[in-house]
Design a protein around this ligand. Structure first.
Ligand SMILES: Cc1cc2nc3c(=O)[nH]c(=O)nc-3n(C[C@H](O)[C@H](O)[C@H](O)COP(=O)(O)OP(=O)(O)OC[C@H]3O[C@@H](n4cnc5c(N)ncnc54)[C@H](O)[C@@H]3O)c2cc1C
Length: 349
């Protein structure tokens, strides 16, 4: 396989930030994945697995190791509602395939950038759906055992923006294929408030395609659809996770909201905990949409997305993120956790 040297990574990420990969290879097959892994192992070179680069903040110094770009292709649709996607397939193309067959389950996940292989890693979710609820199995290469393995959804350890692949087993598995069990002819999910609002005047139930179109329209209005040239989506999507806090903490935040006379909507989480929108906390801590520090800023359409306004370095984004995190912590006593994966950089404590 072709192992190239000093390949710039910025153009392979949606943030458009990042220095070169010392070595870079593209895997089109599972055999090439094994080959690349062995190449790195023999040379004791660190390995980083790259999908669509839509959830990454890469150091300006780049990555001093082998970046393995997963480019396996192929989407198979089986009669029983299983859509089986090779890891390198564009996620949005997978959604479109499911819509073509009128299979429900992915319609609210339309417009999320990245690859199919990236979806189980952080259990992508949006507009009331998460891939965890439809994943039937994940096939992956185990770097420890040097063998291919398959996981059921239950074995993936899914939680909010979390799986075994980005927690306990981070860096151990390379996903090569994901099977999604969908509902042929099923009704669309309309659980999310923005979607309910969008369809409030409709006399008939929207189709799956209509729901996916609405999701893409709403995403575009918030700069959360990746559109070339749109600065507001030169990001990694949401930069912070929505914090899950104890009821007492939520009560404290509610008291501040009441004092300020601003509306606050919170959501129930598991075990009596409460999820608070990070965007609300950020705005109330004094960081509105469009806030900027040099070339790094907050999207002008979505408070949760930090953006590269043009020529920002990874350090600029991190500095802004640290300032926001400190501001939210000072105001509410809540520490925000970042969502993207950092390569060669870290968010200061
Ligand atoms: C505009 C915008 C909007 C977004 N909206 C959402 C949203 O609504 N919901 C949401 O959940 N996310 C959202 N994201 C984040 C991102 O799109 C998802 O996290 C996506 O699934 C990342 O996939 P990727 O292929 O780009 O992964 P990458 O960014 O390339 O990699 C992310 C992590 O996954 C690992 N990885 C990637 N592929 C594999 C593989 N095959 N095997 C093992 N590990 C792998 C990488 O090593 C890295 O650790 C958004 C991003 C942007 C830019």
């Amino acid at each position: 396989m072709d192992i190239r040297e000093n390949i710039p990574l910025a153009s392979l990420t949606t943030f458009s930030i990042g220095g070169p990969a010392r070595w870079f290879a593209e895997a089109l097959t599972e055999e090439q994945i094994v080959e690349a892994v062995e190449w790195a192992r023999e040379r004791r070179v660190p390995l980083f697995v790259l999908g669509g680069g839509s959830n990454l903040l890469v150091s300006d110094a780049g990555f001093d190791g082998l970046v393995l770009h997963i480019a396996l292709r192929g989407i198979e649709v089986c009669a029983d509602g299983v859509l089986s996607a090779a890891a390198g397939e564009s996620w949005d193309d997978c959604v479109d395939q499911s819509l073509k067959f009128s299979w429900a389950g992915l319609e609210c996940l339309a417009g999320i950038p990245g690859t199919a292989g990236g979806t189980p890693v952080q259990n992508v979710g949006a507009y009331g759906q998460e891939v965890a609820s439809v994943i039937e199995s994940v096939r992956a290469y185990d770097l420890h055992e040097r063998a291919f393995v398959a996981f059921t959804a239950a074995e993936c350890g899914f939680a909010y923006r979390q799986s075994r692949f980005n927690t306990t087993d981070r860096g151990r598995f390379i996903v090569t294929r994901v099977d999604y069990k969908l509902r042929p002819g099923g009704a669309p999910s309309l659980a999310y408030a923005d979607l309910k609002l969008h369809f409030r005047d409709w006399k008939t139930t929207p189709t799956l395609v209509e729901v996916a179109d609405a999701v893409r329209t709403i995403r575009r209005s918030k700069g959360m659809l990746f559109v070339d040239g749109d600065t507001d989506c030169r990001s990694a999507g949401s930069f912070f996770k929505n914090p899950t806090v104890a009821q007492e903490v939520a009560d404290r935040v509610r008291a501040i909201a009441d004092e300020r006379g601003v509306a606050l909507r919170v959501y129930p989480a598991t075990d009596g905990a409460v999820k608070i929108p990070a965007a609300w906390l950020i705005e109330q801590a004094g960081f509105p949409k469009g806030f900027a520090r040099g070339q790094a800023g907050i999207s002008s359409r979505h408070t949760l997305a930090l953006v590269n306004r043009g020529g920002a370095a990874a350090a600029d984004v991190l500095q802004l993120a640290a300032e926001i995190r400190a501001g939210v912590e000072k105001t509410f006593g809540i520490r925000l956790e970042p969502e993207p994966v950092f390569v060669g950089v870290a968010l200061q404590a």
